[in-house]
Design a protein around this ligand. Structure first.
Ligand code: ADP
Length: 645
C-alpha cells in the first residue's frame, strides 16, 4: 500500500485540538502514558508466547528504550512488545474515536477545568498525550508474527494523518516525538530520569536509556595519566527500580509508595480510598495488594469496560485483566494478585475453571467485605463518601453473591423518611428504631428522594410514625427481589399489595366504620372499576391514604411505576400490567361522586371524574397520562364551573 492521507474522525480531532491548545499544566505525564502502553504491549506478547513461542522471534530481552536526540530534537520511545498490524493502528492510534474520547472531553468540561491532563490515562486515550509535547508524532510498528509488513503512521494533529507500509526488522513499536521548540528540556537526561522515577518506577520491565559519560583515563592504581585526554563511554542504564511492591512486607512500604503504585496501575490521579495488602498461606498461597478507589470511573456501568486484577504467578506477569479473581459487583477494585500455586503456562480458559482462582477469589472478597465493614464501624462519614460512589455496584452483590449476603446486607445504606437528604441509615439502625408495633421494614422505590417524599403512599406511614426507606438506585428494584427479609423482618414495598398497619384493637374499632364505607361507596366503586376497566385491575377503598384522594398500587409481584420507568429507560419491553386504583373514603370527592351517582347513574360527570382521579394517581407517581389534552380540558372546565358558582 502506498502512502495515504486520511482524516481523523471529528471527535478525535476535537480531542486533539484540546490536547494541543489547552492541556499544559502537567505535560510530564505524556511519558507515563507511552511507557505504560509499551509495558502493556510487552505483557501481551509474553502472554501470547506462552501458547505460541514462535512469536518471540528469539527476542525476549524485554525493554522499553528511551532515546533522546538533541540534534534532531526528537524523543523516541521504543518497545519490543506485541506491535500492531496496519488495521490495529487505524483502530487504536488516534484515528477512530474510542468510547473514552467523549467521556474524557465531558470530564474536562464537568470539572470546569480544561487544564487537567492527568485524567487522560483513565479514559483509554493516553496516546493523544503525545501531542501535548510534540508538534509531529511518527509511529512505526510491526506486529508479532508478521515479519513481512510493518506500518508507519504520522500526524501533526491538524485533522489528518498519513499511513503507509514500511519494513521493520524488529517486532514492536517505536514512537518518535518531534518536540515543540519550547519543550526541548524533555531531551535532558535529568528530566527523563525524574519523570520515569516519579511515574513509571513500578513498571516491571526495564526502562532504559543510553548514558554517555566523559571520562579521563586512569592508571592501574587510579592515578591520573598526563596528556591522556578524555574518552567517551556509553552504557545502557535502567532508570526504574521495577520493584514488586506487593511482594515486600507491609512494614517496609511507605504510604507514598502505595499511592504511586495505585496511580500507576489504575491511571487514576486521585489517591485510593483504601489499600488492602495481605498474604495468604495454607491451602492457597498468594500475595494481594488491592485498592478501593475514591471515585467511580466513568465506565463503571458500561458493558465493555476494562476490569479485573493483575495476575502474577511467582512474580511472573500472567495477565492484567484476570476478571475471574473478583465477582462483578467488586469490579471497581484495582490491584495485583501474585499466586504461588498456579502453573506459569496457565491459559485464559484454565483460569475460568481453576479451583485455586476460586479459592483466591473467596478470600479476596471476604477481605474486602471485612475492610469495608471496619471502615463503616470506625468512621461512618468516610464510609458514606465511599458508599455514594460505589454503593449501587455493591448492592448487586445481594443478588449475585448468596454466600456473602448476610455480610453484605450490613454494608448497605439507604436514605429514609427519618434521615436528612444526603444522610444514610443501615438496616440495623432502622430495625433498632422500629416502634414495637411495627412488624415489617418499609420501603419505596423511585428515581429520586424529592419526588418520593411527596408520594401519597407515604401518608399512613407518616401518620403512624413508621420509617420508610427511600430506594432510589435503579438496581434497588432487583435488590429487594433478593433481599426479602432482614433479621426476620420482611421488607415491604409501600406501593404494593395491601397495607394493614392496625393492631387488633384498632381493627375492631374501625371495623364498623369500614363496613359503613363499603356500604356507602360500594356501587360507586363498581362503577369506577368498570369505567376504568381497560386501565386498572381493581378499584378499592384505601387504608394507606390520609390526605390524597387516590393512588395506584401494584400487586405484590407486579410491575410498579418505577420498574416501568427503568425498563423503558433500558429499552426493554414493559410487560402489560394493570395496577389497583385505591380511593380515600375520607376524601370529600367520594361523597360528591356518590351523591351524583345516587341522583343519576348515567351522569356524564361520573366518568370524567373517574378519568381525572386515575390521571391524578398517574401524575403523582410520576407516570405519563394517556391523554394530556383531554385532562387539561376537563380541569379547565372544572375551574370555570367552580369560579362561576
Ligand atoms: P489505552 O492504552 O488506555 O488503551 P491509548 O490511547 O494509550 O489507550 O492506546 C490505544 C491502544 O493502542 C492501546 O489499547 C493499544 O491497543 C494500542 N497501543 C498503544 N501503544 C501501543 C504500543 N506501544 N504497542 C502496541 N500497541 C499499542
Amino acid at each position: 500500500m502506498s502512502k495515504t492521507t486520511k482524516k481523523f474522525q471529528t471527535e478525535v480531532q476535537q480531542l486533539l485540538d484540546l490536547v494541543i491548545h489547552s492541556l499544559y499544566s502537567n505535560r510530564d505525564i505524556f511519558l507515563r502514558e507511552l511507557i505504560s502502553n509499551s509495558s502493556d504491549a510487552i505483557d501481551k506478547i509474553r502472554f501470547e508466547a506462552h501458547s505460541n513461542e514462535v512469536l518471540l522471534e528469539g527476542n525476549s530481552d524485554w525493554k522499553i528504550k528511551i532515546i533522546p536526540n538533541k540534534d534532531a530534537g526528537t524523543l523516541t520511545i521504543r518497545d519490543n512488545g506485541i506491535g500492531m498490524s496496519m488495521a490495529e493502528v487505524e483502530e487504536n492510534i488516534g484515528t477512530i474515536a474510542r468510547s473514552g474520547t467523549k467521556a474524557f472531553m465531558q470530564a474536562l468540561k464537568d470539572k470546569a477545568d480544561t487544564n487537567n491532563p492527568e485524567l487522560i490515562g483513565q479514559f483509554g486515550v493516553g496516546f493523544y498525550a503525545s501531542f501535548m509535547v510534540a508538534d509531529r508524532v511518527t509511529l512505526e510498528t510491526r506486529k508479532a508474527g508478521n515479519t513481512a509488513e510493518g506500518c508507519r503512521w504520522e500526524s501533526i494533529g491538524d485533522g489528518t494523518y498519513t499511513i503507509e507500509e514500511c519494513s521493520r526488522e524488529q517486532r514492536g513499536t517505536e514512537i518518535v516525538l518531534h518536540l515543540k521548540d519550547e519543550l526541548k528540556e524533555y531531551l535532558e537526561e535529568w528530566k527523563i530520569r525524574s519523570i520515569v522515577k516519579k511515574y513509571s518506577d513500578y513498571i516491571q520491565y526495564p526502562v532504559v536509556m543510553d548514558i554517555t559519560r566523559t571520562e579521563t583515563p586512569k592508571g592501574v592504581n587510579g592515578e591520573e595519566i598526563e596528556g591522556a585526554g578524555t574518552i567517551e563511554k556509553t552504557e545502557e542504564q535502567t532508570l526504574n527500580s521495577m520493584k514488586a511492591i506487593w511482594a515486600r512486607p507491609k512494614s517496609e512500604v511507605t504510604e507514598e509508595e502505595y499511592q504511586e503504585f495505585y496511580k500507576h496501575i489504575s491511571h487514576d490521579f486521585e489517591n485510593p480510598f483504601n489499600t488492602i495488602h495481605f498474604s495468604a498461606e495454607g491451602i492457597s498461597e498468594f500475595k494481594a495488594l488491592l485498592y478501593l478507589p475514591s471515585k467511580k470511573p466513568f465506565d463503571l456501568f458500561m458493558a465493555d469496560r476494562k476490569k479485573g486484577l493483575q495476575l502474577y504467578v511467582k512474580r511472573v506477569f500472567i495477565t492484567d485483566r484476570c476478571d475471574e479473581l473478583l465477582p462483578d459487583y467488586l469490579r471497581f477494585v484495582k490491584g495485583v494478585v501474585d499466586s504461588s500455586d498456579l502453573p506459569l503456562n496457565v491459559s485464559r480458559e484454565v483460569l475460568q475453571e481453576d479451583v485455586q482462582i476460586k479459592r483466591i477469589q473467596k478470600s479476596l472478597v471476604s477481605k474486602i467485605i471485612s475492610t469495608l465493614s471496619d471502615v463503616k464501624d470506625k468512621s461512618f462519614d468516610e464510609y458514606v463518601t465511599f458508599w455514594k460512589e460505589f454503593g449501587p455496584v455493591i448492592k448487586e452483590g445481594l443478588h449475585f453473591d448468596y454466600a456473602n449476603k448476610e455480610k453484605l446486607q450490613e454494608l448497605i445504606l439507604f436514605e429514609s423518611t427519618k434521615t436528612e437528604a444526603g444522610s444514610f441509615t443501615t438496616l440495623k439502625e432502622y430495625v433498632e428504631r422500629m416502634p414495637e408495633a411495627q412488624q415489617e421494614i418499609f420501603f419505596i422505590t423511585g428515581d429520586n428522594r424529592a419526588n418520593l417524599e411527596t408520594s401519597p403512599h407515604l401518608e399512613i406511614f407518616r401518620a403512624k410514625g413508621y420509617e420508610v426507606l427511600f430506594l432510589t438506585d435503579p438496581v434497588d428494584e432487583w435488590v429487594v427481589q433478593a433481599l426479602t427479609e432482614y433479621k426476620e423482618k420482611k421488607l415491604k414495598a409501600v406501593d404494593r399489595g395491601d397495607v394493614d398497619l392496625d393492631s387488633e384493637d384498632e381493627k375492631k374499632e374501625k371495623e364498623t366504620k369500614q363496613e359503613e364505607a363499603r356500604q356507602e361507596f360500594g356501587d360507586l366503586l363498581s362503577f369506577i372499576k368498570s369505567h376504568l376497566e381497560d386501565r386498572v385491575k381493581d378499584a378499592r377503598l384505601s387504608k394507606r391514604l390520609t390526605d390524597s384522594a387516590c393512588c395506584l398500587v401494584a400487586d405484590e409481584y407486579g410491575i410498579n411505576a418505577n420498574m416501568e420507568r427503568i425498563l423503558k429507560a433500558m429499552n426493554q419491553p414493559v410487560p402489560e400490567s394493570k395496577r389497583v386504583l385505591e380511593l380515600n373514603p375520607d376524601h370529600p370527592i367520594m361523597k360528591i361522586m356518590t351523591a351524583i351517582f345516587k341522583e343519576n347513574k348515567d351522569d356524564a360527570r361520573l366518568g370524567e371524574y373517574a378519568d381525572l382521579l386515575h390521571d391524578q394517581a398517574l401524575l403523582t407517581e410520576g407516570s405519563p397520562i394517556k391523554d394530556p389534552l383531554r385532562f387539561t380540558r376537563l380541569v379547565s372546565e372544572l375551574m370555570v364551573k367552580a369560579a362561576a358558582k
